[in-house]
Design a protein around this ligand. Structure first.
Ligand SMILES: NC(=O)c1ccc[n+]([C@@H]2O[C@H](COP(=O)([O-])OP(=O)(O)OC[C@H]3O[C@@H](n4cnc5c(N)ncnc54)[C@H](OP(=O)(O)O)[C@@H]3O)[C@@H](O)[C@H]2O)c1
Length: 326
């Protein structure tokens, strides 16, 4: 099969389209013919070998997993003998975090990493959903306890998490402000953001406004700046960004909660937990992925470069060539 392979950390130039062995599913695995995949920040970090934690977990000097790509959508080709919920021909999607392998014609997954794809959802749409939508749901609902009538700010709002986040928040009747770079603000307005802030022009932590809930994708400010921007009972939730700032939030958050009613929380992603909920929202026409691209499998290096530049809007999607679906 064809796959995008890398054997050393580096820029997207180290990614190569190669012919490799098709994976063979174990007894508790499903073999999927991949029809689409999407790029996540974790793929970017694993390509670069940053932050250092990625090297500690996934290969100190060179990558342990040679094929990146965690969010996939495709058709089940074969199942191991212990698989109960899927059969050949099923259309599925999910997040393969921890094993990756999605930038390839075929990938293996455990069944708890997969959900059935609704017929009305394209493979490209399905591949855009898993990681970013789970982070948005778990950030806003599980950790953020979003409530109707609140004022929400999403920092880093024009990418994957933010474009799902605003659609989900709007279902709760929330007023949403999005912070990102100028080139994304029109798209963000069209997605339903009530207010947009260009972070190069305005520092939202110093504009005198306060928010009941802050969902942060970038975590590039001091935890005290964020606490200042929260309303009296406000909740700050980080899903990712600067590791040093996240560690600061973990250690100083409890102290801030002790001296005020504000809460500082960190999301630890539970991959695929809310795929069924996303299916419901999608089928009800309430949430639709924002797709940038799609790029072909051979164009993954270009797609990764584009993602790394940060100019993408929503999710960068890879559509696989030579598949016979329409
Ligand atoms: N918690 C967990 O367990 C877990 C698991 C997986 C991933 N993650 C994290 O989840 C996040 C995924 O986010 P995503 O998919 O939405 O990323 P994304 O698509 O890259 O979006 C991030 C957005 O932030 C913008 N941005 C850059 N600098 C900014 C700044 N200073 N202020 C405000 N916005 C800024 C970027 O645009 P410009 O570059 O144009 O400015 C981009 O639009 C990542 O941080 C990832 O590390 C967490």
């Amino acid at each position: 099969m064809k796959a995008i392979v890398y054997t050393k950390y580096g820029t997207p130039d180290v990614l190569e389209l190669k012919e490799v062995d098709k994976p063979i599913p174990k007894d508790d695995e499903v073999l999927i013919e991949v029809h689409a995949a999407s790029v996540n920040d974790w793929d970017w970090g694993l390509l670069r070998g940053t932050p250092f934690m990625n090297r500690l977990l996934f290969g100190f000097l060179k990558p342990k997993y040679k094929i990146l790509g965690s969010d996939i959508a495709g058709r089940v080709e074969a199942v191991g003998k212990n698989i109960k919920h899927f059969q050949p021909g099923d259309e599925v999607f999910g997040d393969l975090t921890g094993r990756w392998g999605g930038f390839a014609e075929y990938a293996c997954a455990r069944e708890n990493a997969l959900a059935l794809k609704p017929a009305s959802m394209t493979f490209d749409e399905a591949a855009a959903i898993p990681q970013a939508a789970m982070l948005a749901i778990q950030g806003l609902l599980d950790r953020g306890q979003i409530q109707s009538g609140q004022k929400l700010l999403i920092n880093g709002a024009g990418g994957g998490v933010g474009t799902f986040g605003v659609q989900i928040a709007k279902l709760y009747g929330v007023e949403v402000t999005g912070v990102d770079s100028s080139g994304k603000l029109d798209m963000m307005r069209s997605m339903g953001f009530d207010h947009v802030i260009d972070y190069k022009q305005e520092d939202f932590t110093k504009n005198g406004k306060s928010y009941d809930l802050i969902l942060d994708v970038k975590t590039n400010r001091s935890i005290f700046d964020y606490a200042r921007s929260l309303s009296h009972n406000g909740i700050y939730v980080t899903v990712g960004g600067s590791m040093a700032r996240i560690i600061q939030a973990l250690f100083l958050g409890p102290w801030i909660s002790l001296i005020s009613k504000k809460k500082i929380r960190v999301v630890a992603l539970k991959p695929n937990k809310d795929l069924a909920f996303m299916n419901e929202l999608f089928e009800a026409g309430k949430v639709k992925p924002v797709i940038d691209g799609p790029f072909k499998l051979s164009e993954v290096p270009e797609a990764m470069r584009y993602f790394g530049e940060g100019t993408h809007k929503g999710k960068v999607v890879i559509t696989l060539e030579d598949n016979n679906y329409t």
